[in-house]
Design a protein around this ligand. Sequence first.
Ligand SMILES: NC(=O)c1ccc[n+]([C@@H]2O[C@H](COP(=O)([O-])OP(=O)(O)OC[C@H]3O[C@@H](n4cnc5c(N)ncnc54)[C@H](OP(=O)(O)O)[C@@H]3O)[C@@H](O)[C@H]2O)c1
Length: 341
Amino acid sequence: MFIIRSIKIPINFRSFRTTRNLNYSTCAKKKACVLQLNNGTQIPVLGLGTYLSPPDQVLQAVKDAISVGYRHIDCAWFYGNEAKVGAGLHAKIADGTIKRTNVFVTSKLWNNHHAKDKVVPMLKESLSKLRLDFVDLYLIHWPMGFKETAEPLPANSSGYSDVDYLETWEGMEECVHLGLTKGIGLSNFNSEQVERVLDNCKVKPVVNQVEVNPNMNPKKLIKFCKERDIVVVGYSPLGGTDSTGRPGVPLPTIRDPKVIQMGKKHDKSAVQVVLNYLVSLGIVVIPKSVTKSRIEENFDIFDFSLDISEVAYLDSCNKKQRCVPLKEYKDHPYFPFNIEF
Ligand SMILES: NC(=O)c1ccc[n+]([C@@H]2O[C@H](COP(=O)([O-])OP(=O)(O)OC[C@H]3O[C@@H](n4cnc5c(N)ncnc54)[C@H](OP(=O)(O)O)[C@@H]3O)[C@@H](O)[C@H]2O)c1
């Protein structure tokens, strides 16, 4: 039995339509749940993150994840490791574990390439590295554009471009028309930016990928997106890769003694408690790991349910503190985190 909050989702091979019009289907181990996207495709609620996964380790991580049952890999041009991710995918296609159509692959357009005529070439570059004919989802990584000639993370505002993300969106739509991606979406867009895209698009965004963990739990944005049939993909679900207590980086909830205790009650780890809680919010999670035992652990979250008091505690952890604040760009006209949500 898989639990979306208090809604019980049976593990059988029937689809289940919730009152929120989201389609959760088979959640048995080895077969992750999916959510329905507004373009008619489905996205598995659990995927493997690949940011900061070293190229020499990510190939094995992808192979391990596919063997465990993951059918969703989150990639980006910016991560610099798409060729090795592709090698991992192809190894599992070659050994017969999956077909290309059984795995959901996401890539993202980086900020230096927001000009409309750069979008298709950048997706083609990612596809060439991944050795794929199409991705399932292509995202604008951030709403802020940088000059093509600037560093990927420019030191100051001289590296900013004034390309409007609506222009970028036209390039994204072209990617769909060319069959290079099944769906297109946003990442790190606030509610006003999402609305502006919706008001001006020909092809609707299917997701908005934003930071979601118990410390940074953007419930208003999640509600806003759901009401517009946009699925939220939650990144840094475990509190990000820098969870060492560095100043400004909140100690992740996976280290909270109360959450560790909760895990013991369910014979689960604190990480599994947090991932189960996040999926129960009706979002997709993409924990990153290059460690086989953790890749297995992070997938084994569908066979228990938290009680009301446990959910209430995790709800109360929201400190609205980001692991990825990117405050250095707060004076960019399209910086997304200057409004409430
Ligand atoms: N759209 C965006 O702007 C954006 C921004 C950030 C992230 N993302 C995406 O979201 C993914 C996930 O976010 P993230 O990488 O920032 O952070 P995360 O998934 O919250 O945390 C990853 C860290 O947790 C560790 N970890 C994984 N499983 C664990 C477990 N079971 N127990 C203990 N530690 C565990 C990993 O270590 P090991 O790898 O050493 O096991 C890694 O250091 C990224 O990889 C990327 O694909 C997108």
